[in-house]
Design a protein around this ligand. Structure first.
Ligand code: GUN
Length: 283
């Protein structure tokens, strides 16, 4: 039976570290501040935004909340971003995705100043990530790396397999594993014999969005498994991209869903807020 990686515990450790850094800044008269922007009334987004504001409170980061109506125009949202970009007291800007269909998400994300892009989604920050030089790393991928490292698993030289090639998880997690000296293979829907590629993995990151896609016969003994999937089943229960019951029989380390990667995203967002604040204040 595998060691279960406790994302809740590790995320609390990280938030406590962030809180200590925020306290140091406040002792210097600087209060880290995050602006959280939500457009519309998507219930899942409302929950995420509430949790982000709560995490700010926990860490001693000031949060500015902008809850805009569903029919907000692209121009209005861009004007808000311009205002927040110019606000010296606002260190990070988070626009909750998805946005309503009439707003061009890419245009919005491009407008956020890279130094305030605490999601790490701006192409400038994605570019820095790809050359191993990013301050603001995408939160979920950075959270995956922390889970691996803080479990005592060394990435250097390991065969790492990432299943999924999305811009927000698969691609950046592959780049981060490479920066950590892993040997990285990325699989996707067109990959031939995906099971065989997965069986080569010493570290496997699943980010495909298909419930229980990774089965017991797709992994080798002793593998470390990071499950990024959050899928809602018909019975209302959450389940990952990994068949936990089967895979945990063979893995050395495995993240559960919920309680694995999920809580890490917000912890890494808080960490990015403090990093952005320090950089903007030349600390
Ligand atoms: N929607 C779902 N996940 C995220 C995230 O990490 N950041 C933002 N901005 N929106 C999201």
């Amino acid at each position: 039976m595998a060691n279960i990686i406790d994302g809740k515990l590790i995320s609390t450790e990280i938030k406590d570290e962030v809180k200590a850094k925020a306290d140091e800044l406040k002792a210097k008269g600087i209060e880290p501040c995050l602006a959280v922007v939500l457009v519309g009334e998507d219930p899942a987004s409302q929950v995420y935004v509430r949790n982000k504001k709560r995490a700010c409170e926990y860490c001693g980061i000031k949060s500015l909340s902008y809850e805009l109506k569903e029919d907000t125009t692209e121009e209005e949202l861009l004007a808000l971003i311009d205002k927040l970009n110019a606000d010296k007291d606002c260190n990070g800007i988070l626009v909750q995705l998805p946005l309503p269909k009439h707003i061009d998400e890419n245009k919005i994300l491009l407008r956020i100043l890279p130094e305030k892009d605490v999601d790490g989604f701006h192409p400038y920050n994605v570019g820095l990530l790809s050359i191993g030089n990013a301050d603001l790393k995408a939160c979920t991928p950075a959270g995956c790396i922390e889970l691996i490292k803080r479990s005592g698993v060394d990435i250097t030289g390991k065969r790492c397999v990432v299943v999924g090639r999305s811009n927000i998880v698969g691609k950046p997690v592959g780049m981060l594993l490479l920066s950590e000296n892993g040997t990285v293979t990325t699989c996707h829907s067109r990959t031939k014999d995906i099971a065989e590629v997965c069986r080569q993995a010493e570290i496997l990151v699943a980010a495909v969005g298909i419930p229980k896609f990774i089965k017991g016969d797709m992994v080798s003994e002793g593998v470390t498994v990071i499950d990024v999937g959050i899928n809602r089943l018909e019975n209302g229960k959450l389940c990952g991209d990994v068949d936990f019951e089967e895979v945990s029989e063979k893995a050395a380390y495995i993240t559960p869903v919920p309680g694995g990667v999920g809580p890490m995203t917000i912890a890494m967002l808080m960490n990015n807020c403090v990093i952005a604040c320090k950089k903007q204040n030349n600390i």
